[in-house]
Design a protein around this ligand. Sequence first.
Ligand code: A2P
Length: 315
Amino acid sequence: MAAPYVKLNNGLRIPALGLGTYQANLAGECAKVVKNAIDVGYRHFDCAFIYGNEKEIGEAFQEKLKDGTVKREELYITTKLWNNCHRPDRVVDACKKSLNNFGLSYVDLYLIHWPCGYDSQEGDDIFPSKFTLSSYSFVDTWKEMEKCVKLGLTKSIGISNFNHEQIERLLKHAEIKPVVNQIEVHPNLNQKKLIAFCKERNIEIVAYSPFGAPSRPWAKPNDPVVRLDDPTFVNIGKKYGKTSAQVILRYLVDIGTIPIPKSTNKERLKLNIDIFDFKLTPDEIAIIDKYDCNGRICSAEEMKNHPEYPFNLEY
Ligand code: A2P
C-alpha cells in the first residue's frame, strides 16, 4: 500500500502519511523498522537530530537505495533543528550535520523543532536547566533556514510546535513560507483551531503522536489515554473492515492532517498505511470530535519557563 500525496504551498508534494521515528520504543531496532516500512510502502520518514538515530536511519536508507528498492527521489525525509542550534550562525551547520548523519546530500523538509531556542554558551548543552533570553528570535533562525533551502540542503522548510501567534509573527518576516507545522494531534487533542488557522495560510499539518504516544517515557498515571479498545472506534472500524487504530489514522487524514504513526511491528506498519481506501462520514467525524479534552501529552514541561513556550495560548 502506498500513501497518496498532499501538495505543499511551494508546489512540492509530501506523502499523506509517514513513519515517526522518535525512538521511545524503537531503540536499537530503528534500522530494521525503517527497512520494513520501506518494504511495505512507506516513503515518508519523520526524523530529528534530537532523536539520536539519524545515523542508524541513514544506514537503512542507504541499504534500500543501494539494493534498488527505492530511489532517493521517491523518499520524503524530514529532520529537525534542535533547540540549542537556533543561533543564526549554527543553523546551516546543524543541517549539514544531520545530512552527514544520514549520508544524504539533501533532506526534503527541515523543521524548527520548537519555537524555544536554548541560548547556551557552547551550543552543545542539549537540555540546559536554565534558559537565557536570547538576543535573537526564531525569526532570525528562520532566515538561516531559508539559507538552507538556497544552499540546496533541504527542498522545503517548516516549523513544529508553533502556536498561531508565533506563526503570524513568523509569516510577517518570512521570505520562504513554512510548508508545514508539525504538532501533536489525536482524538484527545484534535487541534481544530490551529489546523484551521494553518490551512487558511496554506500551511499543512503533520500530526505527531496519533495514538497519544502510549509508550512515552514521561507518561503519568492520570494522563488521558487514547484507548484503541474503545467501542466507538472498534464499531466504526467494523463497518469498514478496519481496526480502531486505522479509524483513528483515517480520522486524522479526514480532519486535514498528515499522521506519522510509529510501530515496531511489520504487520501494524502495514495496517497503519492501509487507510486510503475508506473515508469517515461527517457524522463519524463528529462523534470522534467529541473526544477532544485538551489531552496534550507532549507538553514539554522543561520549556515551561521559556518566553516562547508555545502552549500557554488556547491554540
Ligand atoms: P508497536 O510498536 O508495538 O506497534 P504514537 O505513534 O502515537 O507514538 O504511538 C506508537 C505506539 O502505538 C507504539 O507503542 C505502537 O506499538 C502502537 N501502535 C502502533 N500502531 C498500532 C496499531 N495499528 N495497533 C495497535 N497499536 C499500535
